[in-house]
Design a protein around this ligand. Sequence first.
Ligand code: SAM
Length: 207
Amino acid sequence: MSIAKSFFNQTRKPEGFLGKMMLGTMNSGHAKMADWGFTHLPVIAPEKAVDLGCGGGRNAGELMKRYPKARVTAVDYSDLSVEKAKDYNKEMIAAGRCEVLQGDVSKLTLPEGEYELATAFETIYFWPGLEKCFAEVARVLKKGGYFMICNESDGTDPTSLKFEKIIDGMKNYTSEEIESALKAAGFSEVTADHHPAKPWITVLARK
Ligand SMILES: C[S@@+](CC[C@H](N)C(=O)[O-])C[C@H]1O[C@@H](n2cnc3c(N)ncnc32)[C@H](O)[C@@H]1O
């Protein structure tokens, strides 16, 4: 495998030296898109929120800034992501407002009906079966809770389709495919938005 391919494959599950390098760029690299995504959330005041596939932990930190009363759980299946997200949020962890857990979104070890908000930024491309994983998200949300997905790819843009060929197991989805998997997993009130100038999409669903 070429170095470039090995490096880009670190987006799926950061590991080793290249994974550390990739994680070093993730928080800043996804910040603009994530902040655009956050503008789609309705006015809510969650007490508990969860960021799934948290990577370096920046968006879990944003959730705590935006929702000062919220306690935030960040989950990732990569050791390195967990380590980086813990370091990024160390003050909030010490303050008792944040926990970072290692776990796979397809079989979350989180309690049922616990969270008012779940977020997933730049991660569903790698989830093993959308409908199954979305059903897990629905399980841990309270009734009426929101799930927001934010992707840099709208499933048709040429750059992301190129990455699909480079990164093992990556799948770009259209907003229609995401909407349909969310509905099949039991979500209602699903809405999608496309950035006016970029291939970014945000899909918001309510349990
Ligand atoms: C491209 S990174 C995005 C990280 C972060 N959300 C962001 O926007 O910067 C994808 C992250 O999703 C995690 N991930 C992928 N599949 C996962 C799964 N099945 N369960 C938990 N985490 C997963 C990877 O380990 C990686 O840290």
